[in-house]
Ligand binder design. Sequence first.
Ligand code: HEC
Ligand code: HEC
Ligand code: HEC
Ligand code: HEC
Ligand code: HEC
Length: 224
Amino acid sequence: MTQLFGRNADRKLRRGAALVVVLAVSVLLFGYFRVRSDSYWHVGIAREQPVPFNHKLHVQGLKMECGYCHTGATSMAGAGMPSAQNCLTCHSEIWRGVPALEPLHTSAELGTPIPWNSVIWFPDHARFHHGSHIAAGVACSTCHGDVGAMTETSAAVRLTMDFCVDCHEDAMAETGARGSAVTALPAAAFLQRKGSASPAAEGMDPPASHQDGRSLTDCSVCHY
Ligand code: HEC
Ligand code: HEC
Ligand code: HEC
Ligand code: HEC
Ligand code: HEC
């Protein structure tokens, strides 16, 4: 009878199978650590901007509040980016005729938004709402680092699921209602323990907190 498989076939098959397993595990491990790496979250990576904006000069130097330029941050899902008008309030006088500010005048004349390049990476399958967090007293710096001290803007925090869920678990535990609905968050006490700056310190006027009855750790709170 003719031999269907060579004498080494069994050994080769085992080796092949072992290789597949090792490869699969490597890919999974690589994925796991990659998602937790700074580069994946663009931490510390600044991008070229249409106008070389400097947070430190405007926030620390001129004492401007975040909400002056990111007008949605206290109430909307998106914090929003400044329009040319936000800047020209001052720059129609200050630094008039400086070429670096030319895109502001072009945007204002054409009525088009300034094409700022985002330095934050966040997946489409996760949901976020700025207003709810500011209302609960969470400081901008918790998720964005000390932006007011940056001369070039970059991400400072990895916005991973663990990062989000850890705080949501604490928030549930804090109210003694883990796993059930949070009705009223004792924001001040909670944030004191978390060591965040008070919203007032960031120039924010917190609106009333709101909840729709779901636990903050419920998957559907953050996923569509
Ligand atoms: C409240 C007034 C005010 C607003 C609003 C404002 N700026 Fe400024 N900006 C200033 C002042 C003051 C300076 C410093 C000028 C100097 O030192 O000569 C400055 C400096 C700058 C510079 C020079 C930066 C540097 O490193 O020297 C740029 C670029 C700039 N602003 C861009 C912007 C942009 C873009 C906006 C809107 C998002 C904006 N500014 C909004 C007041 C303002
Ligand atoms: C004078 C206007 C102005 C003020 C005040 C200001 N920002 Fe900004 N912010 C900008 C501009 C312009 C950009 C886009 C250019 C850049 O990334 O530097 C930006 C970008 C950002 C980004 C990155 C957004 C993205 O998608 O890349 C974050 C986060 C941010 N700002 C947070 C803050 C915080 C927190 C404060 C208060 C401490 C603040 N900003 C105050 C104008 C402002
Ligand atoms: C609990 C975490 C958290 C806090 C607190 C927070 N942010 Fe954000 N911010 C995010 C996330 C997540 C994104 C990305 C959202 C997305 O891409 O859908 C983001 C995006 C942004 C952006 C990009 C533009 C946009 O419209 O979303 C700006 C600007 C910004 N935040 C500013 C602020 C400012 C200013 C504050 C404080 C008033 C603040 N953030 C507080 C998590 C936070
Ligand atoms: C420092 C604590 C903290 C961190 C970090 C945090 N959250 Fe929250 N989050 C809260 C609190 C407190 C509430 C409840 C706010 C309220 O009562 O309306 C909340 C509410 C929410 C809601 C419900 C909003 C609504 O109005 O229905 C979503 C969605 C959410 N968070 C997503 C996220 C995501 C995504 C991240 C990570 C990028 C994150 N959170 C990080 C504290 C945090
Ligand atoms: C507080 C917000 C929040 C809650 C609650 C939450 N997630 Fe996530 N989840 C995120 C964010 C943000 C990401 C993207 C960041 C990342 O990839 O780590 C994510 C990523 C994921 C991913 C993609 C895989 C990964 O790690 O990148 C899966 C799958 C997932 N979540 C499933 C779940 C399930 C199942 C639940 C309920 C048990 C849940 N999530 C609850 C915020 C949340």
